[in-house]
Design a protein around this ligand. Structure first.
Ligand code: GLN
Length: 552
């Protein structure tokens, strides 16, 4: 186990139920400490055996967030990047599978020098090594580590053991916060602390005493419940932080600040504030503006990863939702997103005229052939009716297919992913990817992470970025078939962004003389959008949507 420099570790764990907002709490704690002048990084530990989140269905696990260096991670990593305003790397993410994989690889390389390799301590040591190397890479003084799952589960016990071991070695440098839920059963009418007491006891039985209890509930906690939790959970009442439901997640850091959480954490870690920095003021202004905007810009998002049982979950597109919101807020608007299920737009009776009511249509990334004909109908309608259209990854590829079918007249134009037997594969498999598929090498093998694109002067993309070259994150196996590029461009679709060697089409758009905004990106700009720095392409799309809204 390598020993890091003196640094502070904050572990955030969850109690009672999943979905209590550990990710946003982790991000908010990071932001608070950052605004006190500290260099902070954040990490996520997922208890799954999957090596990364790339092989999981988004309706089950939420969005796959891609880091700059091409790791397919959990959506919480996106929250950290957005709140902290930094880019994280693959070192900031780990899963049970990833940890075991490297321990086993090391064992095979005799790295343990003949020792018996054991679940404890070797797995926790590996986790600690990974935490320290992420801190070294980020040059961080404080790391906030979110442990996935809920206390009391079998799955994350080794990660709690890791945290306990780290604390024993560095008593003043390690701090624990449990984000727990306090229900108010409607028939009882009183907020209940007992489930949280049990969660803290479960944490105690893993050898961990929380320093802070972040109490999630419908409404703010009263003094009586704070005292009760303090008494039964071994903390002082000031360490019980009220976290009532809020309309906007951007208000959460401010709410914590009202409870002086930042200062309390610093005090507990024996650190001093370095004075509130300018970023905090900017964040507060942003959060205030987000609360104030009322006037809506209506965006229809056509996708297929919404339904889970009887519920509609938009988590699969979290970064896109956030990116649209930031651009809308910056332009004084509130983004109203409407989820449109792709398959409902298939067939002759497709309710396409409903689309007229939207200020803009967005088609996000996706995989496979389900719902595709519906999406193609939507894209055609948006193009022909001059509704601002933004396609991301698959949304760009499908825009190219739609154009090839209905403008170039190649009726069976498609992607190899949809119908490999078609004569006109205007979207085809990328070089090298064929082998991956044939060999079943499907984990972490797409074209992933940051790659540059060179922009064509005078296009929507180039003007929006105000730059000639950009670097954006990718996640795809297919590309615009080079054989069709000239043919497509001759009919008016402009490839305004290309890889530096000119072979890979990164952005497709129609000139503004024919359509107010019809643009697709092969990359995922949503991963670079930040609350305090909205993404230029999203902003250009939202601007076009606002203009349409005004003219309706
Ligand atoms: N399925 C497409 C590809 O692999 C698009 C991927 C995506 O939208 N992320 O190229």
């Amino acid at each position: 186990m390598t020993k890091g420099k003196t640094r502070k570790y904050i572990f955030v764990v969850g109690g009672v139920i999943s979905g209590v907002g550990k990710g946003v709490t982790t991000s908010s704690i990071g932001l608070l400490l950052q605004s006190h002048g500290y260099r902070v990084t954040a990490m996520k530990i997922d208890p799954y055996v999957n090596v990364d989140a790339g092989t999981m269905n988004p309706t089950e696990h939420g969005e796959v967030f891609v880091t700059k260096d091409g790791d397919e991670t959990d959506q919480d990593m996106g929250n950290y990047e957005r709140f902290l305003g930094t880019s994280l790397s693959r070192d900031n993410y780990m899963t049970t599978g990833r940890v075991y994989q490297s321990v086993i690889q090391k064992e095979r390389a005799l790295a343990y020098k003949g020792k018996c390799v054991q679940v404890v301590p070797h797995i926790p040591y590996e986790v600690i090594d990974r935490i320290n190397s992420a801190c070294n890479k980020a040059n961080a003084e404080i790391v906030v580590i979110e442990v996935g799952g809920t206390v009391g589960e079998y799955e994350n016990i080794l990660f709690l053991e890791t945290a306990r071991m780290l604390k024993i070695k560095n008593p003043v440098d390690v701090l624990f916060a449990i984000v727990s839920y306090l229900p108010t059963p409607s028939k009882v009418g009183e907020m209940k602390t007992k489930p949280t007491q049990h969660a803290v006891r479960a944490l105690n039985s893993a050898g961990i005493q929380p320093d802070f209890i972040i109490a999630r509930s419908d409404v703010a906690l009263d003094a009586k419940r704070k005292e009760k939790l303090a008494l039964f959970c071994n903390v002082i009442p000031e360490s019980v932080i009220s976290a009532p439901d809020v309309d906007s997640i951007y208000d959460i850091p401010g709410n914590f600040e009202k409870d002086k959480l930042g200062e309390k954490i610093l005090k507990r870690l024996k650190l001093k504030t370095r004075g509130k920095n300018a970023k905090w003021k900017e964040w507060e202004a942003f959060a205030r503006k987000a609360d104030r905007v009322k006037d809506e810009v209506r965006i229809g998002v056509v996708g297929k990863y919404f339904d889970t049982g009887d519920f509609v979950l938009s988590d699969s597109y979290l970064s896109i939702i956030e990116a649209i919101k930031y651009s809308a807020i910056a332009q004084g608007k509130k983004a109203k997103l409407v989820w449109l299920t792709a398959s409902t737009f298939e067939g002759k009776k497709a309710p396409l005229t409903e689309l007229i009511g939207f200020d803009g249509i967005l088609v996000p990334g996706g995989f496979g052939s389900r719902g595709i004909e519906g999406i193609l109908n939507v894209i055609r309608f948006a193009r022909e009716h001059k509704i601002p259209y933004f396609g991301i990854c698959y949304g760009m590829q499908l825009a190219v297919i739609e154009y090839a079918r209905n403008v170039l007249g190649l009726k069976d134009a498609t992607s190899r992913e949809i119908d490999p037997k078609s004569k006109h594969l205007v979207i085809d498999i990328m070089e090298g990817q064929k082998e991956n598929i044939e060999k079943g090498n499907l984990g972490g093998s797409m074209r992933l992470g940051a790659y540059p694109a060179v922009l064509k002067k005078g296009t929507i993309a180039q003007k929006a970025y105000g730059a000639d070259k950009v670097i954006e994150r990718h996640r795809h196996r297919f590309e615009v078939n080079p054989e069709y590029i000239n043919m497509i461009e001759a009919e008016g679709l402009v490839f305004s962004g290309k890889s530096p060697n000119g072979t890979l089409m990164e952005i497709a758009e129609l000139p503004t003389s024919v359509h107010p905004f019809f643009l697709g990106t092969q990359f995922h700009p949503e991963f670079e959008a930040r609350p305090l720095a909205p993404h230029p392409i999203f902003s250009a799309f939202v601007k076009a949507a606002i203009t349409r809204g005004k003219s309706k």
